[in-house]
Structures are given as C-alpha cells and as structure tokens.
Design a binder for this molecule. Structure first.
Ligand SMILES: Nc1nc2c(c(=O)[nH]1)N[C@H]1C(S)=C(S)[C@@H](COP(=O)(O)OP(=O)(O)OC[C@H]3O[C@@H](n4cnc5c(=O)[nH]c(N)nc54)[C@H](O)[C@@H]3O)O[C@H]1N2
Ligand SMILES: Nc1nc2c(c(=O)[nH]1)N[C@H]1C(S)=C(S)[C@@H](COP(=O)(O)OP(=O)(O)OC[C@H]3O[C@@H](n4cnc5c(=O)[nH]c(N)nc54)[C@H](O)[C@@H]3O)O[C@H]1N2
Ligand SMILES: [Mo]
Length: 705
C-alpha cells in the first residue's frame, strides 16, 4: 500500500464511527450488527453493516439478507413521506400528504368509529414480527390500541401451536443452549431448515461433526438445503411427525433402552405413555409416515445409544392440524433417554421463554377498555368479510404484510377491497398490503431507530443503537403511535415515554435471570447474556417449569381442550396421505416454506434477492410430473377449492412423491398472474394455540403449455 493510500484510509476512519446494532428480523438468530457510519457533506450515511465478531452466536457473519441491509435502508423504493390513496384499492396510486394531514385524518376516522353505535371494537390492529424489537414491535402500539378500546389481535400466525405443545411437555419455551450443540454426537434437525432460517447454528453443527464425528439427520418431506448437507435425510409425509416419534418411542421401550432413573425422578405419566406407544410398531408407523420400518428402528436405536444427542425442531413441523401435538410428543423424547443430562443433549424449539421481561409494563394491558373481543390474525379473511357485531371498519397494519402472508388470500383481498373499510399501513415499502391502504405512513428501518430485541434462538438480550437519522420523513412506529395518542387526547404518562424509557420498563423485574441486565450495559455492550449458568443445562436435574415440576407425558390440562392428555398423534386435516376424500380431487400435499433469500415476504421486493430466487416456482417429484405431462420448466396451474396460481415447475426428486413444494413468499406484483401461494392455504387452525395450518394443504397441478 502506497503512502498516499494510507493517508486516505486514516482520513476515512477519522470520519467513520461504528454503532452497535441488532438485527430486528423474525429469525431465531437475532444477530449483533456493527454499522459503520460516515459523516458526509449531505449528512451521516451508513456505509457498512457486518456481523459482530465478538458476539458468541453471530460469530462475525450475517445471512445474505442482512449482510446487504444497506440495499434495504437506502432502496430507491423506500417510503419517505405519508401518502393518501387516489386510485382504486389495490391499484397502488397515491399522492403525497403531510404528517399533519395524515394523522388528522386517521384520528378523525378512529374517533368517528369509536363514537358510532359500532364502537371502537370496529377498529382492528394487525401486526406481527416485521420487527421483533420490543419498542417498535410491542409497546406504544399495544398501549394505543388498548386505550382506544380496539378489538384485540391473537398473534398466532407463526409459532403458537408448537409453543403450546412444547409447554404441555416441558413447561416453558426453554431448550438446549445452541452454544452447546457443538458438543453433541448425534443431531436431529426435525421440521427445521437452519441453513436458511437459523444459519448461525450451522457452525455449531459443523463443529460437532468435526470434533465429535457427530451424525446429522434431517427429518423433512423436502430435501432442503440443510437436508442436502446431512448424513441422512428422512422424508415423512407432511404432518405425520408425531406418529414417527411414537414409533421411535415404541422401539426404545421395547428394547429397554430408556433411562429409567431419569424417567423415575423427573417425569410423570411414563406408564400411560408406554401404553400409548404399544401399538406403534415400526410397521404401523411406516404405514402412517411413509418412512421405512427399518429406518424407524435404526433411528430409535441410534438415538437411545448415542450421547449427547440434540434435537433441533423448529416451527416448520407445526403448521399442520396436529402441529401442537406433534411438538408436544417429540419434546418428550430427550427425557425418555435422559438426553437432558449432558451439555449438548436435549431439544431446542425456542429460547424465548427464558426472558422474564416485564411485558405488562411494555404493553399495558391495564389500559384495555372493557372486555373487547379477540380476532385471530390467521382468520383475517373471515374477519374482514364475515365478522359482525361490530364489523371491522378500520384496519391498522404495521410490521406485517398480510396481503402476501395471511392464508386464504382471496378472502383477505376481498376484505381489503371493501369500500367501507378504512385501512392504514405503516411500512418501509409499498407492499401488497399497502396497495390497499387509504393512508400509508413511512416507518424507519433498524438503522434509524432505537430498540431492544429479544431473540428466540439464543440467550442474549440484544440492543440496537440508532446509526443514522430517519430517512426522508419516516418515523419509528413508537413515534407514530405516540403522536396518534396525543391527538386522540390520551394523556397518560405511558404515552410520553421515550424509546429508551420503554425499553427500561421492560427490564423492570426481580427475576434472577435478569440480574445485571441493565439498559446501560445493553447500550454500551450491545448485548447481555441472561444470568444463567454456563454451560446451561436447563433440565439435567428435572426442574421442569410444568405444573408438576416434571416432564409431563400426561398433561391433565389438555383435557379442557378436548384433547388426549397423553402425548399422541393428531393426523393432518387436509394433507393426510391416502386416496380417500379430498385426496381424490387434490392428490398432492403442498408445502410453501421460506425461499432461501426471502424472509417471509420481506426482502422479496429487492432486486438482488428476487434475482437469486429467479421466479415463483414449485418442486414436483418425477413420479407426479410424468402422468401430468409436466416437464421441468413447464408453467403449471396449481389449484384447489380456495384458489389457483401459476408457477414454474421444477421436476426434481428433492421433494418426495405426493408432495409439491413452492418456496415462498412472493409478492403478488412479482408473480406472473398477480397470484400468491396463499391463495391455496386455508384459515383452519391448529389443535392447540389457534395457529396457522399453512403446510396442511392439498392441491392438483396441471400443465399449461
Ligand atoms: N431466510 C429466512 N429465514 C427465516 C425465515 C424466512 O422466511 N427466511 N422465516 C423466519 C420465521 S418467521 C420462522 S417462523 C422460521 C421458520 O423456519 P423453520 O422453523 O425452519 O420452518 P420452515 O422453514 O417453515 O420449515 C422448515 C422445514 O420444515 C419442513 N416441513 C414442512 N412440513 C413438515 C412436516 O410436516 N414435518 C417435517 N418434519 N418437516 C416439515 C419444510 O419442508 C422446511 O424445509 O424461520 C425464520 N427465519
Ligand atoms: N404460505 C406461507 N405463508 C406463510 C408462511 C409460510 O411459510 N408459508 N410463514 C408464516 C410465518 S411463520 C410468519 S411469521 C408470517 C409472517 O408474515 P408477516 O408478519 O407479514 O411478515 P413479513 O412478510 O416479513 O412482513 C413484515 C413487514 O413488516 C415491515 N416492517 C419491518 N420493520 C418494520 C418497522 O419497524 N415498522 C413498520 N411499520 N414495518 C416494518 C416489513 O417491511 C414487511 O413488509 O407469514 C406466515 N405466512
Ligand atoms: Mo414465523
């Protein structure tokens, strides 16, 4: 390097500062970011975003979406000022208006609805985890709608089925520390695709292979990117995982390989469980799951005799009618073989239950007016088209893009088109949902606002310091709801708290896990590990946070839901394998898991990621493609009673016969016929947790060319 280059570099670094941030996206990894900000004549500009090398799970690298985060923040498509619709709903024609006009109009409409005979329950907030930040995701917004008396929203679209199922067995969403996975000698990745959706656990898994010769088994109907790199790929029929788990348990008990001491000391209901698994011979399990009997036996023997053994389940396997029970039943496996005893053993669904934050201080449920009804977000289509007493007259969407991501798309769009529905959307981009808005408000991205983010894939609370000022006229969600509250005349101090005061309120707790976790430390250090032992073995000596303090194979509370209290198998509603009923008309099960370069529908509008995913497409097994005269690359019509859409066929043995897989979630406007895979999915709910059944779907596919 020449002397002049060095001089230039020195000058550059003098004008560059580094800010500690945290990724806000809906992903288990919640990475630690380092954002370089340069003072330029036009103002401060973020010039680089990298993963913090010192953060134990981020480990200095980012997924490709957030590694290119500047393309999101500085996209020429960013919404930078408020807008009012001037075209038809869905058409996407808007005019610029001032913040003053926009807020005045919203408040006028909300007040009029509140004062009308319909009352404020005719207003519905709709949000999910577009940002997982506590401040921008679940504080001022909740306070505002509670105080307004709006309908409540059950935020069930993703994880509530598995969350409920896990809790019936284990007690709380606490599991194997991902930082212990490198110690395992056997790793099952079950209904999860970490290379795409949880990539920071992958180095742990590679280390386990390298250092311990660990074997990696992936259980997934589709040969995902993760399954492609595994030592073994087991492909069951969708929605049959609980049957597979019962078959594995059958073999373990039959061979006497259970950990009797662990079962006696730390579990309840094992005799009932033994009776339950008795009929689940490998042969019967094979008939139900489509997995060979010999494979089932081999899986069971290896699991029961290899220590430590870790299971990574994730939310993919619970998007089925029996999804709650599937997670409940699988979660019993580590206790049967005593896998919780070792670091690197056990099971991980989520770590979120370990964070004892003061959610009431954040959300202020005490502000709720009366006893408003709760609307399930999975049933948005129904809520907008059928709900009465009162009907929904105003919808406020933020941190979510339901016109792309909610099931039964035709119903959702029918509702969003209603002329008498007043829709407000807070967004970064003109999404499919924003196209139906009456008023669009520009929100800041993570580089432009403060937040504290709670992860669900590790045990560190994360802090995001703002790196740059808001672009254009955009504002943080918190600031928008603060201003709406002021205009509504809500003068409680809770509506005047700053973002940092909101975050501090969430930390007000005497819980030992939060000891030493302060806002000051978070801001300065970027993250703080919960006050947990290292290594963290949550259930080595029982202490399950269930009613009995034991791992519960029998959960009496399930009876109240009309479900069997003993861990069991609940078959899929639509996707059950066979040739009866719906399967006669719609022979193929359809899965629509995340495309590698998208995050739900986020990032699907940005050129780089669309280019990488090419176009909306669907994997079909050669055995299914042949009789339908579908060739690789053919445009096909995919349809069921709820809708249809066109996709490019990818004929491949990556999926198993009888199962089609459409990587998702594309926007309507980037799809050949303005369609979206959610035209095919249903509003039906899961067995527990009232969750979505996105992967419990049947379709037929026909060649078009
Ligand atoms: N890149 C990227 N990362 C993401 C996301 C994203 O969209 N893109 N989404 C984020 C969000 S919101 C979530 S909830 C998580 C989701 O991430 P995961 O929990 O990993 O869930 P999915 O990717 O939905 O599904 C994982 C795998 O389960 C398989 N699967 C589907 N049905 C079944 C079944 O019945 N049994 C079994 N055994 N397997 C089944 C699918 O084929 C898929 O390969 O990831 C988060 N991370
Ligand atoms: N077919 C099918 N459908 C699915 C799934 C599937 O696997 N298949 N997965 C389901 C799952 S697991 C989930 S979690 C849901 C997710 O569904 P959504 O909650 O709709 O998630 P995204 O599509 O990521 O949309 C989040 C939106 O929030 C915006 N946003 C981000 N940060 C902010 C902010 O600070 N302020 C504001 N105002 N907006 C912000 C982003 O720009 C983005 O448009 O989708 C579900 N739908
Ligand atoms: Mo999700």
């Amino acid at each position: 390097m020449g002397e002049s280059d060095q001089t230039i570099m020195a000058v550059e670094s003098a004008s560059i500062k580094t800010i500690r941030g945290a990724c806000p996206h809906d992903c288990p990894d919640t990475c630690a970011l380092l954002v370089s900000v340069e003072a330029q004549p036009s103002g401060e500009r973020a010039v680089k975003v990298v993963g913090n090398p010192h953060h134990p799970t981020t480990n200095g690298f980012l997924c490709k979406k957030v590694a290119n985060y500047l393309e999101r923040t500085y996209s020429q498509d960013r919404l930078l000022h408020p807008m009012r619709r001037i075209g038809q709903k869905g058409e996407g024609r808007f005019e610029r208006i001032s913040w003053d006009t926009a807020l005045a109009e919203i408040v006028e409409r909300f007040k009029a609805i509140g004062a009308s005979p319909l009352g404020p329950q005719a207003i519905l907030p709709y949000s999910y985890a577009g940002t997982m930040g506590l401040v921008q995701g679940q504080s001022m917004d909740r306070r505002f709608f509670h105080r307004l008396g709006a309908s409540l929203l059950a935020r069930t679209i993703c994880s509530t089925a598995g969350g409920a199922g896990y809790k019936y067995t284990i007690g709380e969403k606490i599991g194997t520390d991902p930082e212990n996975f490198h110690r395992a000698r056997l790793i099952w990745i079950w209904g999860a695709n970490p290379i795409t959706s949880n990539v920071h656990i992958w180095p742990q898994i590679l280390r386990a292979k390298k250092e311990n010769g660990a074997r990696i088994v992936v259980i997934d109907p589709f040969r995902s990117l993760t399954a492609e790199r595994a030592d073994q790929h087991v492909a069951p029929w969708p929605g049959t995982d609980a049957a597979l788990a019962l078959g594995i348990m059958h073999v373990i008990f039959r061979e006497g390989l259970q950990d009797r001491d662990y079962l006696d000391k730390y579990t309840s209901g094992v005799e009932d469980l033994r009776r339950q698994v008795e009929p689940w011979t490998p042969e019967r399990t094979a008939a139900e799951t489509g997995v060979n009997a010999s494979t089932i036996t081999a899986l069971a023997l290896e699991y029961a005799t290899t220590r430590p053994a870790a299971i990574r389940i994730n939310y993919g396997l619970q998007r089925h009618a029996g999804g709650g029970m599937a997670v409940r039943t699988i979660s019993g496996l580590p206790a049967i073989v005593g896998a919780w005893r070792e670091a690197g053993g056990g099971i991980l669904l989520s770590t979120s239950g370990a964070f004892p934050l003061n959610y009431d201080a954040l959300e202020r449920p005490d502000f709720i007016v009366g006893a408003p009804r709760t609307v399930n977000m999975v049933k948005l289509g129904e809520a907008l088209t059928e709900l009465d007493n009162p009907p929904i007259k105003a919808l406020c969407v933020y941190n979510s893009n339901p016109a792309a991501t909610a099931p039964d798309h035709a119903k959702v769009v029918q509702g969003l088109r209603r002329q008498d529905l007043f829709t407000v959307v807070l967004e970064h981009f003109q999404t499919d949902t924003a196209d139906f808005a009456d008023i669009v408000l520009p929100a800041t991205t993570q580089l432009e606002h403060f937040d504290v983010v709670k992860p669900y894939g590790h045990y560190y609370l994360m802090c995001n310091n703002p790196a740059i000022p808001p672009l254009g006229e955009s504002k943080p969600n918190s600031a928008i709801f603060r201003r709406l509250a002021a205009r509504m005349g809500f003068n409680e101090p809770a509506f005047q708290q700053s973002d940092e005061e909101v975050a501090a309120a969430a930390l007000q707790s005497d819980h030992p896990a939060l000891r030493g976790v302060t806002l000051e430390r978070l801001k300065a250090e970027g993250w703080v590990r919960l006050n947990l032992p290292t290594p963290f073995l949550p259930f080595a000596e029982g202490n399950f946070p269930t009613p009995s303090g034991r791992c519960e194979f029998v959960a009496p509370a399930l009876e109240k839901l009309g479900l069997e209290p003993v861990a069991t198998y609940i078959p899929p509603r639509e996707a059950a394998h066979g040739v009866q009923g719906l399967a006669q008309r719609y022979p193929l099960a359809l899965l629509s898991p995340p495309a590698h370069s998208f995050l739900n529908s986020s990032f699907a509008n940005l050129p780089r990621f669309r280019r990488d995913e090419r176009e909306p497409s669907i994997f079909i097994h050669p055995n299914d493609a042949g009789p339908r005269r579908i060739k690789d690359g053919t445009i096909v019509r995919v349809f069921n009673d709820r809708g249809e859409l066109r996709l490019r066929a990818l004929v491949s043995d990556r999926t198993r016969d009888g199962v089609a897989v459409a990587p998702s979630i594309w926007w309507r406007r980037f799809s050949p016929d303005g369609g979206n895979v959610n035209q095919l999915t249903s509003q039906a709910l899961t067995d527990m947790g009232d969750g979505g059944t996105f992967y419990d779907v049947r379709v037929e596919i026909a060649a078009l060319e």
